[in-house]
Each structure stands twice: as structure tokens, then as C-alpha cells.
Write a new protein. Sequence first.
Length: 188
Amino acid sequence: MPPESGGRGEESVVDGDGHDGPDDGYVGGLRRVARVVLLDPEDRILLLHGHEPDDPADDWWFTPGGGLEGAETREQAALRELAEETGITDVELGPVLWRRRCSFPFAGRRWDQDEWYFLARTAKAAESVPGGLTELERRSVSGARWWTCGELAEAHETVYPTRLAGLLRTLLDEGPPAGPVTLDTEIV
């Protein structure tokens, strides 16, 4: 899977060389990530289609988002990443729904992440990935798709987080949780 209300004013995670790194410059440590559960007026969720850079057959679907840059807050990172990865800027950013720790191999290295998933709504449904991607993202993101909850529940493709269909169903049925729900750690 690609590297890709919350707390404010947190210090950024520092990479193994002792400095902040861009999304595709990650070299280790716990990477702080903001992700977006973007819903359209029909309650469809936008997922990006990613794959291992050198193996398009090793693919999965995931929510937009990525690592914090410099001193930005998770909210700022969520909005920036959403704009870079989808071109969508007209959103209403809501609360943090879920928090998750994950660890996975990608692009020849291991990524360890602390992910916060923000709810967001938009009236605009983009179908393609714009040109604001990092070099690594250009090599590993092949498209975007809006999914209904039913389509997601019936999907045979790999989706991250792995329980996303059930989480989305609960969100649509019950609304956002009173506070962020901590999801099980996923290690791939």
C-alpha cells in the first residue's frame, strides 16, 4: 500500500538522517500521516488505485492522504494531500474518524505510519488523478474511483484499511463517532 478533529501543533517526525523528508524521501521512523475519507453528495467514497512502482499487478485501493510536511498540522496536510492527489479543493473537512498504525513494504523499503482519517465532503466528483503528484506517486498511482458502500463491501480487490467497507457502513448509518476510533494495527 502506498505511503500515503486531529491534534494541532504537533512536532513533525524526523527521518533517519535527522531532518524532515518529503513523501517519497521517507527513510524510517514513525511517519505521521493524514488521510481523507472523502464523500460526495451520494455518499460515495473516493479511493485511489495504487500499485508497487515496478509491479502494476501488485495493486490496491486506498484513501487520499500522505505525510505531514514541516510544521503543518494534520488538518493542513489532509487538505494539501487531497488537493495534490485529486485536484479537489472545495471540501468541508470534518472530524477525525479513525486512527491507525500500520507497517508495510513499498518501493523497496518498510513504511511505519501513524494515520489519522478525516471525514470530508465535496459536491465535486473528480475521476482522474491530477499532475500534482510526487515522483514516487506518479510511478505508483494509476487512477481514482468513487465507490458506493455496497460496491466496496462486494469488492474482491485489496482495500486499505482492510475493514473500510464496514467502517464506511457504520459511518453512513450512525454518523461520525464522538471521538476518533482506534483501528487495529495492520502489518503487511
